[in-house]
Design a protein around this ligand. Structure first.
Ligand SMILES: C[S@@+](CC[C@H](N)C(=O)[O-])C[C@H]1O[C@@H](n2cnc3c(N)ncnc32)[C@H](O)[C@@H]1O
Length: 234
């Protein structure tokens, strides 16, 4: 199946990140062909749902809590959470095809069945998730966009935060991890401005159920320290 909503392979919103990396190895390509369609959350893309009808909450997760990871990268944290919380359903959004392929490998190895994928931009998912349908959201090492003129591309801007707030249930947690001090600054400005309350951090002590991601390891190797922040949607 095609991983991106447009027939020509481009996403229909401006997406500045990377969609393709090096070619997939044979096992990854086979897994994408074999497993992605079954794990993909349907009714999210513009092709499947041009009217942007909200998804049916019962079909999303039944009466189980639903958690969301934004930009799961290689999927290690997402699979770790799915294994640690079998009573929860998780959705991960990630447009980077190599990351999606890595996630599929991890799902197979871990044998978890409580997660679904949106292999694309999380904003597509925000369009169709019902109000208050998500019980927890994770944003781990979002793209830093270091140049000031690119700061408006960061996830922590109203374009992303206001829809996120709408889909989060009252009282739910929004966790942010980043290694970039200026990202901490913008997070502390923008996330409360979008209607969230800071309840913990910034701190260098991770959550008890945290699993270091690829980007965290890379940051540590480069001498950059992690910062963890926890917000609540009032
Ligand atoms: C720096 S990487 C971090 C990946 C992973 N969370 C980790 O900690 O290793 C940021 C990821 O966010 C993804 N991303 C960026 N914008 C996104 C969006 N609008 N929707 C979903 N994912 C997005 C990128 O494709 C990239 O894989």
């Amino acid at each position: 199946m095609s991983i991106h909503p447009h027939p020509d392979g481009t996403p229909w919103r401006n997406f500045y990140g990377r969609i393709k990396g090096k070619s997939l190895n044979a096992a990854q390509a086979e897994r994408l062909d074999r497993d992605l369609a079954a794990l993909t959350l349907h009714g999210v893309t513009r092709e499947e749902n041009p009217e942007r009808r909200p998804l049916d909450p019962a079909a999303l997760s039944g009466d189980r809590p639903l958690w969301l990871e934004i930009g799961f990268g290689g999927g290690e944290h997402l699979v770790h959470m799915a294994a640690a919380y079998p009573q929860v359903s998780l959705i991960g959004a990630e447009p980077y095809v190599n990351g999606v392929a890595m996630l599929l490998g991890r799902i197979e190895t871990a044998g978890v069945s409580n997660l679904a994928i949106h292999p694309g931009d999380v904003r597509d998912l925000f369009d169709v998730l019902p109000d208050g349908s998500v019980g927890k959201a994770f944003l781990n090492y979002p793209d830093p966009w270091p140049k000031s003129r690119h700061h408006r591309r960061r996830f922590v801007t109203p374009e992303h935060l206001l829809p996120l707030r709408r889909v989060l249930a009252p009282g739910s947690e929004f966790r942010v991890a980043t290694d970039i001090p200026d990202y901490v600054r913008q997070t502390l400005e923008e996330v409360p401005a979008a209607g969230f309350t800071l309840i913990a951090g910034p701190t260098d002590r991770p959550w008890a159920d945290w699993l270091p991601t690829r980007y965290e390891k890379k940051a540590l190797r480069a001498g950059r320290a992690p910062h963890y922040l926890t917000f609540r949607r009032p």
